[in-house]
Design a protein around this ligand. Structure first.
Ligand code: 5AD
Ligand code: SF4
Length: 444
């Protein structure tokens, strides 16, 4: 089917923050080609669905979304499926959903404008290559930024957890070069960012030579970014316990712009399950890291990921997960029911699959405990004076929402501009956010 050249676009990203980053870069590419952003998918000539493959539900969602693209007059926009479903399913996608014009994987999206031109000519537009030279060099300079920006520094994964599709959809672990990251961070700050979150599937495995040829780890990179004038806050996510180096832990004690927050997935508290997951750490070694992090930075907020109902998980394995949650005391966490993913080793463990009802029940018990901890963490900040980065308007007039150092959303009334840092007193706590009041200067 041949189409006219699209004049407007809309990018919809699902899944992790790396997808959000990729979605922003695709938008910048399309802007540079003279397309204009549409307010929503309905108003766009080209819709990019930037998909997630991590669990079955996320992966299936793309097909219902494609169906929803059909308009009242029966027409559809040009549809590009990007992201991890594109990588995993490739040519199968247009076979299953004929409306799809373009399929583009996460390592190939620098070719999106070319694929759009091909699709407009009615040609097959599919690119799921993982080229040896990275896409980053072919992307335009960073454009106008919100106060908090993402910066992908590392992609892919060599850890091969037995449940996980990432090593297949995102490929082998690669670290972006030092200079490219430093330049992009400076460009983000010039474009208005005050906070940068360094992203990678295994961000703390990042390693590369600095400008003088010395090998550096993530802590070295953080220390260099700390020197960028105008950059107020640095964060990073997601980390693997095995790559939590002494240097990175020390950076939390020493680098003022590095925020007191660590997302460190443990997945399970049971050693036999961790072994079956190929996590290569134990419950004890995880807790040891948490202890060292807290020694370095006593106020650090710890976040995590959990999977319940992994094949073979017994009642006592699940109890061990509750135990590690109690021992860690999370400020926030994400928990999921195990989802068998095609092509992963755990998907073959069919004899040990856990019934869905049992997994549901475990997930509810785990989430109740995690919610309790999150509420307690939020309550403990009431009465504190802290600093916020104002990120956006709140729902009520005169209200703005900012983030605390511990990544909590704080609502407050102020006319201070978005993108500024303000001192606040935390006055109330809810399960998901806090209330704050602008701190009054003490009389001299
Ligand atoms: N089933 C359920 N959860 C999964 N995750 C990764 N793969 C699966 C799966 N097959 C979770 C892990 C990971 C987070 C990003 O998603 O907890 O840390
Ligand atoms: Fe998946 Fe993370 Fe394991 Fe990589 S380290 S395989 S992304 S869970």
């Amino acid at each position: 089917m041949s189409r006219t050249d699209p004049k407007s676009y809309f990018v919809k990203s699902f899944g992790c923050q790396m997808n959000v980053y990729d979605g922003e870069r695709m938008a910048e590419l399309l802007d540079a080609k003279g397309l204009s952003p549409a307010d929503d998918a309905d108003a766009a000539d080209l819709v990019v669905l930037n998909t997630c493959h991590i669990r079955e539900k996320a992966a299936e969602k793309v097909y219902s979304d494609i169906g929803r693209m059909r308009r009242d007059d029966g027409s559809t926009p040009m549809i590009a499926v990007a992201g991890c479903v594109a990588q995993a399913e490739g040519a199968e996608i247009p076979r299953r959903a004929r409306e799809v014009d373009i399929v583009v994987g996460p390592q190939a999206y620098h070719n999106l404008p070319e694929l759009v031109a091909k699709a407009a000519r009615g040609e097959n537009a599919l690119d799921t290559d993982m080229p040896a030279d990275s896409k980053f060099g072919a992307l335009p300079k960073r454009a106008k930024q919100a106060p908090s920006a993402f910066l992908t520094v590392q992609e892919g994964c060599d850890k091969f957890c037995t449940y996980c599709v990432v090593p297949y959809t995102r490929g082998a672990e690669i670290s972006r070069p030092w200079a490219a990251i430093v330049d992009e961070a400076k460009a983000l700050v010039d474009a208005g960012a005050k906070e940068i979150t360094l992203l990678g599937q295994n961000v703390n495995a990042w390693a590369a030579e600095d400008a003088s040829g010395t090998m550096q780890g993530l802590d070295g990179l953080i220390r260099a970014l700390d020197g960028i004038t105008g950059l107020e806050r640095i964060r990073y996510t997601t980390s693997h316990p095995n790559d939590m180096t002494d240097g990175l832990i020390a950076a939390h004690a020493e680098v003022e712009t590095l925020m007191p927050y660590l997302h460190l997935p443990v997945q399970s508290g049971s050693d036999p399950i961790l072994k079956a997951m190929n996590r290569s750490h134990s419950a004890e070694s995880y807790l040891k890291i948490i202890e060292r992090m807290r020694a370095a930075r006593p106020d650090i907020a710890i976040s995590g990921d959990f999977i319940v109902g992994f094949p073979g998980e017994s009642d006592s394995d699940f109890e061990a997960t509750l135990d590690i949650v109690r021992a860690t005391n999370y400020s926030q966490a994400f928990s999921f029911k195990y989802s068998a993913r095609p092509g992963t080793p755990a998907a073959e463990m069919t004899d040990d699959f856990i019934p869905a009802e049992l997994a549901d029940e475990r997930l509810q018990r785990l989430q109740a405990l995690l919610n309790e901890q999150q509420m307690a963490f939020n309550e403990q900040t009431v009465g504190m004076r802290t600093r916020l980065l104002l990120e956006r308007d709140g729902r009520k007039p005169g209200q703005r929402i900012g983030k605390s150092p511990w990544l909590q959303s704080v609502h407050l009334e102020t006319d201070a501009a978005i993108g500024t840092m303000v001192d606040v007193d935390i006055v109330s706590a809810g399960p998901k956010s806090l209330g704050g009041a602008l701190a009054r200067k003490e009389a001299a």
